[in-house]
Design a protein around this ligand. Structure first.
Ligand code: WT7
Length: 658
């Protein structure tokens, strides 16, 4: 079924080597035949986009049907399914129990120490109802904000759905964030209650959460209560009257709670996303449109068969990926998911693959940073586990380098599985650009086409669409159901950030190219484009060229000021497990490799072999810090780094003067 046209060693003289990637992978015949969504969906949506989304909205249970599909009379403030009423928690839980599938497993939960829990849809209904009753007892009212700062445990999902049920928007703050970050978010959205745990397990040890909450809310009087789940059993400080144990308050509640319908535009949650420098933006998502698009995309892009698939998004619920594709997408579709608490190398580097084999995971969704880490650890580790249950793989969060894509497909997917590279953002709420696994030929490195119902394009700096073969800025041209509605409390910033660069178009902030077939290639944030001797070169292109060398697992590229070329390319490279670092010879080989692939203009001025790269807690490379190193500046803000010692290691690799 599949064709493999060229090998990775074919040299190219021009830039834009990415676009010359010509390996193609056809959808497996059996998958295509039984696919949830066929090419007809594109035609249907092109004929009538709003009717297409109305049809997808009907996949949910509405207590009252909408009278207007889209109100765009006051752009860029969209309202979808106006007049409609529904309850997100009812759609994710009760309706499945009422349909007779209460015994189906919603989550196979796996704690890092190896403890497990099985949560069925009927369990979920009881637990969410009890948690909703507890929040009401604590005085939480519809519209009040609730902050959730938790490890990856089932109570995190119970808490989110309890909030959704009573109409109290949640704001989940990633458990790896500091007390300061938590405080800023609690203040910004004026939360009344914080739900947390004593701690969670990370890297083989309990990691405390409650002390951060205590520090974060000191002196903030709008936080009335802290609801604490006991997970690790570690000692916690206790403020009487404010702090309450989950097991004291939730466990004694009634298992019955009737879900009240909320307006389609009722706020469902606020998710903070960091701006490059300024304070984090509270991205507001509402109920009906959000649930419509996450539910449909989860069904379409992953070709989910809820009766037979075991689905795993290996991400944290503290990111939008977890909100949309661990919680709301899978549950609204009645899926069985795996939820894993800890890190991928605890107690050993095969933990994910052992977990896939244990639960017979059929669909796996993760980030390129994880894939490249597994490449670095070596092919022999996944090879020790039975991964034959997998039938579909997904990627999200960064551009996936063609070599990482092929590695993933081969070493994890056994060359059977399609790989769907899905582009979206916290702001878009759900997947926007992606192959459809039963329809689209996979191209390593390309996110391919906007999904049916999504009008996206690539434009030049005047806002004019580029022809095939051209590059520019990714924009969305028409409102979509799961779009952010505003930045919490800051409509002006919403307009300025997303709707001011191009008249009437949503500016995503990403660079992209269209290949000769008109397929889309994402090239990273526009701030990451370098200008070398008058040529625009994206960091992604040079990174992918480096990763296409079999000795390289991961690369990060930055532009550094250069007296001759304006900017010069500086690369930081992590080697694959089996590679020996023979110093200058290896660096020369890699520089030549890039020159051969992309042309001499893209040859890095410097290549540093490093043991680690600085990453944000969501796994994105922090190129800003590497630029500081490359330009011999003192480092900017390092507070969002996962591991601040990484920068010291990297600095020792840097020649003192360049
Ligand atoms: C940014 C959004 C979407 C959930 C996780 C990240 C980058 C995301 C891809 C992809 C290339 C991608 C973009 C985007 N990105 N997916 N498939 N290919 N780039 O959410 O933290 O809001 O980040 O992630 O640069 O703008 P986020």
């Amino acid at each position: 079924m599949e064709e493999r046209v060229v090998t990775q060693e074919t040299p190219h003289e021009t830039l834009s080597n990415l676009l010359q990637e010509s390996r193609r992978f056809a959808p497996p015949a059996d998958l295509a035949e039984a696919a949830n969504v066929t090419s007809a969906a594109y035609e249907e949506a092109a004929a009538d986009r709003l009717a297409f989304w109305e049809k997808q909205a009907r996949r949910l249970h509405w207590n009252t049907e909408w009278d207007t599909v889209l109100d765009w009379s006051n752009p860029p403030f969209a309202k979808w399914f106006v007049g409609g009423k529904l309850n997100a928690a009812y759609n994710c839980v009760d309706r499945h129990v009422e349909a007779g599938i209460g015994d189906r497993v919603a989550y196979h939960w796996e704690g890092e120490p190896g403890d497990t829990r099985t949560i069925t849809y009927a369990d979920l209904q009881r637990e969410v109802s009890k948690a909703a009753n507890a929040l009401l007892e604590l005085g939480v009212q519809k519209g009040d904000r609730v902050a959730i700062y938790m490890p990856m445990i089932p109570e995190t999902v119970f808490a989110m759905l309890a909030c959704a049920r009573i109409g109290a928007p949640h704001t989940v703050v990633f458990g790896g964030f500091s007390a300061d970050a938590l405080r800023g978010r609690i203040e910004d959205c004026d939360a009344h209650v914080v739900i947390t745990a004593d701690g969670g397990y990370r890297r083989g040890a309990p990691s405390a959460l409650k002390p951060n909450v205590d520090e974060a809310i000191e002196g903030i009087d709008h936080v009335r209560n802290v609801l604490v789940v006991r997970r690790t059993g570690q000692d916690v400080a206790w403020t009487e009257g404010r702090d309450v144990w989950w097991h004291d308050v939730v466990d004694r509640q009634s298992e019955e709670h009737e879900a009240e319908p909320h307006d389609a535009e009722h706020p469902l949650y606020v998710m903070y996303t960091s701006g490059t420098t300024a304070k984090p933006k509270g991205i507001l998502h509402t109920t009906g449109g959000y649930l419509t698009q996450v539910s449909w995309t989860h069904n379409a892009v992953f070709d989910l068969k809820p009766e037979t698939d075991v689905y795993w998004t290996a991400a944290d619920i503290g990111w939008v990926t977890g909100h949309s594709y661990i919680v709301y997408g899978p549950l609204s579709n009645g899926a069985t998911s795996v939820m894993y608490e800890g890190t991928p190398d605890t107690p050993h580097k095969g933990r994910w693959w052992e977990t896939v084999a244990k639960y017979k995971v059929s669909i796996l969704y993760c980030a390129p940073t994880a894939i490249r880490t597994f490449m670095k650890w070596g092919d022999d580790i996944p090879a020790q586990h039975d991964l034959s249950s997998l039938r579909l793989l997904g990627s999200v969060g960064e551009p996936i380098n063609p070599e990482a894509y092929v590695w993933y497909r081969h070493n994890i997917g056994g060359d059977r599985t399609p790989v769907v590279d899905t582009w979206w953002q916290t702001e878009t709420g759900a997947i926007m650009i992606s192959p459809l696994p039963g329809v689209t030929h996979g191209k390593p490195g390309a996110a391919m086409r906007p999904l049916p119902g999504i009008e996206a394009d690539i434009v030049d700096d005047q806002g004019t669409p580029v022809p095939n073969g051209g590059g520019g800025f990714l924009v969305v041209k028409e409102p979509w159901p799961s779009m952010l509605r505003t930045i919490w409390g800051d409509d002006e910033r919403y307009i300025k950030t997303y709707w001011s660069r191009f008249d009437g178009l949503y500016f995503a902030g990403d660079g992209a190219k269209k290949d000769d077939d008109g397929d889309f290639w994402l090239l990273g944030r526009v701030d990451d484009v370098m200008l070398v001797s008058g040529h625009n070169i994206s960091t992604t292109e040079v990174e992918s060229a480096l990763v296409s060398n079999s000795k390289v697992a991961e690369a990060a590229v930055v532009g550094s000021t250069d007296p001759v070329t304006g900017q010069a390319i500086v690369a930081f490279v992590i080697l694959r497990g089996e590679t020996v670092d023979n110093g200058e010879a290896l660096v020369a080989e890699l520089r030549d490799h890039v020159a051969k692939h992309l042309g001499p203009i893209a040859k890095p001025r410097q290549i540093m072999i490093v043991p680690e790269l600085p990453k944000t807690r969501s796994g994105k490379i922090m190129r800003r810090l590497l630029r500081d190193v490359a330009e011999n500046r003192s480092l900017g803000d390092v507070t969002t780094l996962t591991d601040s010692t990484v920068m010291d290691l990297i600095k020792t690799k840097m020649p003192s003067a360049s």
